[in-house]
Write a new protein. Sequence first.
Length: 312
Amino acid sequence: VVVVASGGQEIRPKTYGYGELRGVVTQRELEEILKGDHAQKTLTSPIVMIQCVGSRDASHPYCSRICCSQAMKNALEIKRHSPETEIAILYRDIRTYGFRERLYREARQAGVLFLEFGPDQPPQVIQAGEKLQVRLIVQPEGEEMALEAGLVVLSAGIEPEPGNENLSRLLKLPLSAEGFFLEAHVKLRPVDFAVDGIFLCGLAHSPRAIDETIAQAQAAGVRAVALLAKKELTATPIIAQVNPRLCSACGLCVEICPYGARRLEPGAVYAQVVDVLCQGCGACVVACPNKASQQKGFEFQQVSAMIDAALQ
Ligand SMILES: Cc1cc2nc3c(=O)[nH]c(=O)nc-3n(C[C@H](O)[C@H](O)[C@H](O)COP(=O)(O)OP(=O)(O)OC[C@H]3O[C@@H](n4cnc5c(N)ncnc54)[C@H](O)[C@@H]3O)c2cc1C
Ligand code: SF4
Ligand code: SF4
Ligand code: SF4
């Protein structure tokens, strides 16, 4: 039994042109500052937060889900330290979903200023002496604005762990177009993979807050225990088999099998099926150029006979 929780990482803001400037930090770095002794002194000059940095663009088309709530949480923490500090949050949409909406309301009540920008017009940050200046076109009016800032905070999103590709090849697990692991069925088997005995949770699956990760990890744990608690496992009888006389050892079936159930040992003259791993998906039957691969109970003659009977 394997639980895949390989995680994700912060999208590096340097890639987005803001990260090189002095006085520009990510929300995570701001959290470190807020934990320190000098927080009160450091955070008195105007602060501008920029949302959707690295998310919801061509290279990361998804919403990273945590950064709106994180910005509200940090803005409220600064307001608690020093209520006079001016904070502006520049956003495309505010996605403080569920009960996190409360943080958005509290931030508004605490005097945080919210300014919307368009997807094709991200704010520009420039160094203006010791200070920073953030220029933006405020939507929906289209008004040009320049904000002075002592600190610019980037709400950098989440991208998949770079090692996911290797892990997916090793365990033969599917990845989404964005590089996160893909569950067997979004509603019916949300923490399972199509391969038996492998489960997933957390950032390996998609961007999510820690409470959602914990809930999903508990679900994956229970699914794993349910499997381990069984004394015997019943394998599917409809598995593939190889006719050694027809097999040319081309290896196509080994390449295509999504469950790692095909073996072609070095020097072997025909491929073999690992019965306990085979899920009877039939991919090898379709791929085999010699009709050497067949599926028990669905052999070519049987399928042809069924089609003939249906057409008569
Ligand atoms: C920038 C950022 C800000 C966030 N802010 C918040 C927030 O404010 N509030 C909130 O609730 N949530 C926040 N989150 C989300 C929260 O951190 C995650 O939900 C949680 O950490 C996910 O836990 P995980 O175990 O799935 O992944 P991780 O915590 O990423 O752990 C995965 C672990 O697996 C290891 N690993 C990776 N590949 C392999 C491998 N091949 N073999 C062995 N080990 C491997 C990694 O090194 C890592 O230690 C934030 C996430 C990010 C990235
Ligand atoms: S959570 Fe908010 S800041 Fe983060 S990607 Fe989604 S909309 Fe953008
Ligand atoms: S039927 Fe599917 S799982 Fe079984 S060996 Fe063929 S490709 Fe692999
Ligand atoms: S694809 Fe067919 S011929 Fe090629 S190794 Fe597999 S069973 Fe043999």
